[in-house]
Design a protein around this ligand. Structure first.
Ligand SMILES: [Zn+2]
Length: 126
Protein backbone atom coordinates (compact mmCIF):
# COMPACT_ATOMS: atom_id res chain seq x y z
CA UNK A 1 0.00 0.00 0.00
CA UNK A 2 1.65 3.21 -1.12
CA UNK A 3 0.66 6.37 0.70
CA UNK A 4 1.21 9.80 -0.74
CA UNK A 5 1.96 12.96 1.23
CA UNK A 6 -1.70 13.95 0.85
CA UNK A 7 -2.64 10.97 3.05
CA UNK A 8 -0.09 11.91 5.71
CA UNK A 9 -1.81 11.80 9.12
CA UNK A 10 -1.85 14.66 11.58
CA UNK A 11 0.97 14.94 14.10
CA UNK A 12 -1.31 13.87 16.96
CA UNK A 13 -2.50 10.82 15.04
CA UNK A 14 1.09 9.90 14.21
CA UNK A 15 2.13 10.26 17.86
CA UNK A 16 -0.77 8.12 19.07
CA UNK A 17 0.08 5.47 16.49
CA UNK A 18 3.72 5.56 17.49
CA UNK A 19 2.83 5.26 21.17
CA UNK A 20 0.92 2.08 20.31
CA UNK A 21 4.02 0.74 18.56
CA UNK A 22 2.44 1.13 15.13
CA UNK A 23 3.67 2.84 12.01
CA UNK A 24 2.96 6.59 12.34
CA UNK A 25 2.09 6.80 8.65
CA UNK A 26 -0.33 3.92 8.06
CA UNK A 27 -1.08 2.78 11.63
CA UNK A 28 -0.93 -0.90 10.70
CA UNK A 29 2.71 -2.03 10.54
CA UNK A 30 4.98 -2.46 13.54
CA UNK A 31 7.28 0.43 14.48
CA UNK A 32 9.40 -1.46 17.04
CA UNK A 33 10.67 -5.00 17.30
CA UNK A 34 12.70 -6.71 20.04
CA UNK A 35 11.27 -4.29 22.63
CA UNK A 36 13.07 -1.07 21.59
CA UNK A 37 14.62 -1.69 18.18
CA UNK A 38 13.21 0.39 15.33
CA UNK A 39 12.17 -1.54 12.23
CA UNK A 40 14.03 -0.66 9.05
CA UNK A 41 10.78 -0.21 7.11
CA UNK A 42 7.08 -0.56 7.78
CA UNK A 43 5.99 -3.98 6.59
CA UNK A 44 2.69 -2.57 5.34
CA UNK A 45 3.38 0.81 3.71
CA UNK A 46 7.18 0.61 3.32
CA UNK A 47 7.92 3.88 5.14
CA UNK A 48 11.59 3.82 6.26
CA UNK A 49 12.21 4.17 10.02
CA UNK A 50 15.62 2.59 10.56
CA UNK A 51 17.43 5.92 10.36
CA UNK A 52 15.45 7.70 13.09
CA UNK A 53 17.36 8.04 16.35
CA UNK A 54 15.36 9.05 19.40
CA UNK A 55 18.53 8.98 21.53
CA UNK A 56 17.72 10.06 25.11
CA UNK A 57 14.28 11.49 24.38
CA UNK A 58 12.39 8.26 25.09
CA UNK A 59 14.06 7.58 28.48
CA UNK A 60 13.62 11.24 29.38
CA UNK A 61 9.90 11.16 28.58
CA UNK A 62 9.54 7.87 30.45
CA UNK A 63 11.21 9.31 33.55
CA UNK A 64 8.99 12.40 33.41
CA UNK A 65 5.80 10.32 33.17
CA UNK A 66 6.80 7.68 35.72
CA UNK A 67 7.96 10.38 38.12
CA UNK A 68 4.73 12.31 37.84
CA UNK A 69 2.73 9.14 38.51
CA UNK A 70 4.78 7.55 41.28
CA UNK A 71 6.10 10.48 43.31
CA UNK A 72 2.64 11.74 44.36
CA UNK A 73 1.52 8.16 45.12
CA UNK A 74 4.62 7.49 47.20
CA UNK A 75 4.27 10.84 48.94
CA UNK A 76 0.63 10.16 49.82
CA UNK A 77 1.46 6.66 51.00
CA UNK A 78 4.36 7.85 53.13
CA UNK A 79 2.48 10.74 54.70
CA UNK A 80 -0.68 8.74 55.44
CA UNK A 81 0.51 5.20 56.18
CA UNK A 82 4.25 5.34 56.86
CA UNK A 83 4.84 1.71 55.88
CA UNK A 84 7.95 -0.13 57.15
CA UNK A 85 10.97 0.33 54.89
CA UNK A 86 10.95 -3.25 53.60
CA UNK A 87 7.25 -3.05 52.71
CA UNK A 88 7.76 0.34 51.08
CA UNK A 89 10.57 -1.01 48.90
CA UNK A 90 8.51 -4.11 48.10
CA UNK A 91 5.76 -1.85 46.75
CA UNK A 92 7.63 1.12 45.28
CA UNK A 93 10.43 -0.61 43.42
CA UNK A 94 8.21 -3.00 41.40
CA UNK A 95 5.81 -0.12 40.74
CA UNK A 96 8.52 2.15 39.39
CA UNK A 97 10.31 -0.63 37.49
CA UNK A 98 7.09 -2.01 36.03
CA UNK A 99 5.82 1.38 34.89
CA UNK A 100 9.21 2.19 33.39
CA UNK A 101 9.37 -1.07 31.43
CA UNK A 102 5.76 -0.64 30.31
CA UNK A 103 6.11 2.97 29.18
CA UNK A 104 9.60 2.98 27.65
CA UNK A 105 8.65 1.38 24.30
CA UNK A 106 5.53 3.53 24.11
CA UNK A 107 7.57 6.66 24.73
CA UNK A 108 10.13 5.55 22.15
CA UNK A 109 7.36 5.02 19.60
CA UNK A 110 5.84 8.40 20.39
CA UNK A 111 9.19 10.18 20.11
CA UNK A 112 9.99 8.40 16.85
CA UNK A 113 6.59 9.48 15.56
CA UNK A 114 7.34 13.08 16.55
CA UNK A 115 10.60 12.92 14.58
CA UNK A 116 8.78 11.37 11.62
CA UNK A 117 5.94 13.94 11.73
CA UNK A 118 8.42 16.83 11.88
CA UNK A 119 10.54 15.26 9.14
CA UNK A 120 13.55 15.45 11.49
CA UNK A 121 15.34 12.54 9.91
CA UNK A 122 18.88 13.51 10.83
CA UNK A 123 21.80 12.63 8.64
CA UNK A 124 21.70 8.84 8.90
CA UNK A 125 19.42 7.95 5.99
CA UNK A 126 19.36 4.36 4.78
ZN1 LIG B 1 3.21 1.84 7.65
Amino acid sequence: MALTDTTRPSTLTAILRGARGRCPRCGHGQLLHHYLKMVDRCSVCGEPYGHYRTDDAAPWLTIVIVGHITVPLIYLCETNFQPPLALAFAIYLPLVAGLTLLLLPRCKGAMAAVLWAMKAEGSEKI
